[in-house]
Design a protein around this ligand. Structure first.
Ligand SMILES: Nc1ncnc2c1ncn2[C@@H]1O[C@H](COP(=O)(O)OP(=O)(O)O)[C@@H](O)[C@H]1O
Ligand SMILES: [Mg+2]
Length: 368
């Protein structure tokens, strides 16, 4: 079997790694000549909307999938014209490319989300403040990631300037949720509707970027864990999503509030390579190719620490007992995800010391 992937970054790289032992060959489309996945997959160097590039990446492919949600609609149309299935289906993209449609979908499913109002001009500020109040967060509806395209609004007076800063139109203003921590849930869904639901995890962010994931989320009450998983399942089913998706959540004293949906493998699922029986990457490959899904259960407890900006010395990381290092081969740049390290142990206690060592090294690299 053969899989085409739109995007050749680290997510595609880990998808290609998961595909390899299954005998599935991979081609990626990515304009960057030195993209992470290009090291191990056939690499078509072209823009995502380049017709010849799309033809090339889908040549001989059973399915084409994607590693990022901002796939141009024209790309999907071009692939569909050739009769190559694109999975997840385009509906997963069109809804999740737009924070407003994403929130509308979840609210319609009875999932708790932050209060929100749409802003298309400075004139919408007053009505948005009436509905949502302050403080809040103003976000672009499209193309935001890692905290980019967002402005915190402390008081009502700050909203007009924030609107101007983000371009004045196509914005969403959300009430600020007071959360105790952030969680996420990863769900894989097969072409037959079968499900593999990972245990919900706890995520710590820094500068708007994921810094650390603990899996499963420590001390999450069983009813809240079930609720988080039910949120993931109902979103996957509502989208008729095939493959992996992730829902980011806030844990609050009043229960779980959903934040956003990623229609793809997710950074908060990287722990599953070593920490789960079947990783999110393998389950995405299995799901889109119509193969049976694997077991998403955790093997013990895991922590994943992101390496951002610069990389710690490899030898120092590998000196931590049980550390598994994944290096994406990207050049260092402030705020850029370069690698991650995963630790797996039998208990939260046994994880504490190696995790602390990894955090010290990775935090220092982030600061450098
Ligand atoms: N409504 C909100 N209330 C409180 N914090 C929020 C809210 N929306 C976003 N955040 C914070 O900002 C981070 C990034 O926002 P998010 O909507 O996840 O965008 P991105 O696509 O950049 O990840 C979240 O992980 C959370 O820490
Ligand atoms: Mg997010």
């Amino acid at each position: 079997m053969r899989l085409g992937i739109l995007g050749g970054g680290q997510l595609a790289w880990m998808l290609a790694q998961a595909a390899e032992p299954l005998g599935v060959s991979v081609a990626v489309l990515d304009p960057s000549p030195d993209c992470a996945a290009g090291r191990i997959a056939d690499h078509v160097v072209a823009a995502y909307d380049d017709p010849a590039g799309l033809d090339e990446v889908s040549k001989g492919a059973d399915v084409v999938t994607y590693e990022f949600e901002n796939v141009p609609a024209a790309a999907v149309t071009r692939l569909a014209e050739h009769g190559v299935p694109v999975l997840p289906f385009p509906a997963s993209l069109t809804i999740t490319q737009d924070r407003a449609r994403e929130k509308e979908l979840m609210a319609g499913l009875g999932i708790k989300v932050a209060p929100y109002a749409l802003i298309d001009s400075a004139d919408d500020a007053a009505a948005a403040l009436d509905k949502v109040g302050a403080p809040g967060i103003l976000k672009t509806r499209r193309l935001g990631y890692d905290g980019k395209g967002q402005v915190r609004v402390k008081t009502a007076d700050d909203l007009p300037a924030a609107i101007a800063e983000l371009g004045g139109t196509d914005l969403i203003y959300e009430g600020l949720i007071t959360f105790t921590r952030e969680l996420s849930v990863v769900v894989a869904r097969g072409t037959d509707g079968s499900l593999a639901v990972y245990p919900p995890v706890e995520n710590e962010h820094r500068d708007g970027i994921l810094a650390c994931t603990l899996a499963p989320a420590p001390e999450l009450a069983p009813d809240q864990a079930e609720l988080a998983q039910a949120v993931g399942v109902s979103v996957a089913e509502a989208l008729d999503h095939i493959g992996v998706l992730c829902v980011e959540l806030f844990d609050t004293p009043d229960g779980i509030v959903a934040n956003e949906i990623a229609p793809r493998v997710h950074n908060s699922g990287h722990w599953s390579i070593e920490g789960a029986v079947t990783s999110q990457f393998e389950n995405h490959v299995r799901g889109v190719l119509g193969l049976p899904l694997g077991d998403p259960s955790a093997r013990g407890v895991a922590a994943m620490v992101n390496i951002v900006g610069t990389e710690p010395e490899l030898a120092a990381l590998l000196a931590i007992p049980g550390a598994s290092v994944h290096t994406y081969g990207k050049s260092p740049r402030t705020g850029r995800k370069l690698a991650h390290v995963t630790l797996v142990a039998d208990s939260v206690d046994a994880l504490a010391v190696p995790l602390a060592r990894a955090r010290v090294l990775c935090d220092a690299a982030w600061d450098a």
